[in-house]
Design a binder for this molecule. Structure first.
Ligand SMILES: Nc1ncnc2c1ncn2[C@@H]1O[C@H](COP(=O)(O)OP(=O)(O)OP(=O)(O)O)[C@@H](O)[C@H]1O
Ligand SMILES: [Mg+2]
Length: 305
């Protein structure tokens, strides 16, 4: 199996303020290990605050890891130059924030080509715009004059214009109407058919079901379970995966209004399994250690196995 990107024992600690002078370490990611294979869609799923965006940001070099490593085709990404951004691009959740409202669509899509000093920019911009199924006339418009779905297509055109090998997509459909979501997911799948790999971050396990090849379930900054999508969804091993499958979310937490979806806040313990306080299968050792096992080609971090 051809590994494109490998994350090994990645830990990210933020210092968060506690009181006037005290700062407390907060573990946003703990010992995360995973790999993305050439041309696959690796789904990353977990509730709000589980560390998905932080993981994406480290892979995009927008955050430095506290410890651990990330390699791309065997090379440490933090010692690579601009060639890394040629091979790895991003699509964020909300194109209203990620697209410059003062730029025309064609300028937005052209930008990566300019940064990398590419030639034939006009043709390549048109090609990318066509590829994401946008009307070429829209190239002259600005993001505010587009629909949400069209805006996200612009963001995707920008992400593919350099022909990357990997795209990190962080909740790329969460801001869209359900009817548009499916169209955008189909576009991602057709890009995968052309050989682009994806890290597809979502809180919505139904999206994973539709498009991922393999899935990483994370909670409290830790991988709970990782394996082929079909097996993980059909026969979840980790109690947290079972919990996710029985609580299919209604909306992205940030868009929830009122109190009807309010969740109980659980303090994530600093040691042991982060899911321990909520786990129906809790046992004493879970509060101080987590066992890693491989079960039929799946990795599971749980003391049940
Ligand atoms: N710069 C930062 N400083 C301090 N804490 C941070 C910082 N960035 C993220 N965190 C914390 O790290 C945890 C993980 O955040 P992250 O954004 O990665 O979660 P997420 O899984 O993407 O959640 P969501 O589904 O809401 O997008 C959260 O508790 C968050 O408050
Ligand atoms: Mg996030």
């Amino acid at each position: 199996m051809d590994t494109l990107l490998r994350v090994k024992n990645l830990t990210k600690v933020f210092k968060v303020k506690r009181g006037l002078f005290r700062k407390k370490p907060f573990y946003a990611l703990r010992n995360v290990s995973l790999e993305v294979r050439k041309g696959e869609i690796l789904g990353v799923v977990g509730e709000s605050g589980s560390g998905k965006t932080t993981l994406g940001k480290v892979i995009l070099r927008l955050e430095r890891p506290t410890s651990g490593e990330v390699t791309f085709e065997g090379r440490d990404i933090f010692s690579m130059g601009k060639e890394y951004t040629r091979m790895v691009s991003v699509v964020f959740q909300d194109p209203r924030n990620s697209l410059n409202p003062r730029m025309k669509v064609k300028e937005i899509v052209e930008e990566p080509l300019l940064v990398h000093g590419e030639r034939n920019r006009r043709e390549r911009v048109i090609q990318a715009i066509r590829r994401v199924m946008l009307e070429p006339e829209l190239a002259e418009r600005k993001p505010d004059d587009l629909s949400g779905g069209q805006r996200q297509r612009v963001a995707i055109a920008r992400a593919i214009v350099l022909r990357p090998k990997l795209i990190v997509a962080d909740e790329p459909t969460a801001s869209l109407d359900v009817s548009v979501q499916w169209e955008i997911l189909k576009l991602f799948m057709s890009l995968k058919e052309e050989g682009i790999a994806f890290i597809f971050i979502t809180h919505d396990i139904r999206v994973i079901e539709k498009i991922a090849d393999r899935v990483t379930v994370i909670y409290g900054g830790m991988v709970m379970e990782l394996g082929p999508k079909g097996e993980v969804l059909r026969e979840p091993l980790h109690p947290y995966t079972r919990f996710l499958l029985s609580n299919v979310p209604v909306k992205h937490p940030r868009e929830r209004r009122g109190t009807e979806f309010e969740e109980v806040e659980y303090e994530i313990p600093e040691e042991g399994c982060p899911f321990a306080p909520r786990c129906p299968d809790y046992r004493e050792e879970c509060s101080f250690r987590v066992r890693r096992s491989e079960v039929n080609g799946r990795v599971v971090y749980c003391n049940l196995y």
